[in-house]
Design a protein around this ligand. Sequence first.
Ligand SMILES: [Zn+2]
Length: 305
Amino acid sequence: MIRTLPRHSLRPSPAARLAVLVVLVAGLSAGARAQDAAASASAASASAASAHARSHAETLRHTHLVRLQEHLEKPEEDLHRTCRFESDIATLPPEGVVALTFDDGPEPGHTEAILAVLGRHQVPATFFLIAEKAKAHPELAAQERALPGAVIGNHSWSHPNFHDIPVEEQTSEVDRADALLHADLGATPLFRYPYGNSSCDTNERVHTMGYRIVGWHVDSCDWGFDGPKGLTAAEALSCGVLPAYRQDFLGHVVASVRAHRGGVVLMHETQHISVDNLDALIVKLQAEGYRFSTPAAPEYAASLR
Ligand SMILES: [Zn+2]
């Protein structure tokens, strides 16, 4: 039997929407200021690597807030008709089963650390690779493939926002990644949209190619926990982070897994907060009786599109 979530559980009550929008607009303009600040800071002294990680986090943050805004402002029917958010999983996961997923790798420095922790605990995971990064770091992609139980997924060639590019480019992003990763993808290849931003054309394309689309139940929001004050209210809402956990990454992920009684957990290889907390997360979830699997396992079939 498939347990179902209330449709669009992200959508708050009408009474809350105005207040949220005010917060959201403030958050978006603060984001623009942060981008300016980040741009001047990187020109001054920051290393290329940390500037790269920061701007990636800023992009993730921005797309999350735009996504939330669309959820709040656009009629539900419009979002469905335009296949806008195919990554929202509408069914609950198999009870007690967690699927850790890491997007946007391989990431030198982080990939090795993630694999060391997973290997030590003998926990499988799924890596949604950006194909051009896999091409640049074939040794890291090979190490990921070699982790027992690992699943490699297609996360596009260069990680564009599929809401912003023409259909030919979407097709090329999927096809080029498929060509590079094909041997690693397994019998039922998995695709995850960059930023979760889906389109009707690409849904059809990947389904024709035999892919299943994987979203997530638990958004770790790992890109947002770096600041001294934690997440803003809008950021927290965009990831489903309860107020009590706006400064507590580990607490948020564990609480969200508990709320779903398992689930596909979204993290990023690029974000050190996920790397740094991975060992503690696994220990905590195992202590609570959860076991680990992947979205490719038959038990997760109802959570895929
Ligand atoms: Zn991504």
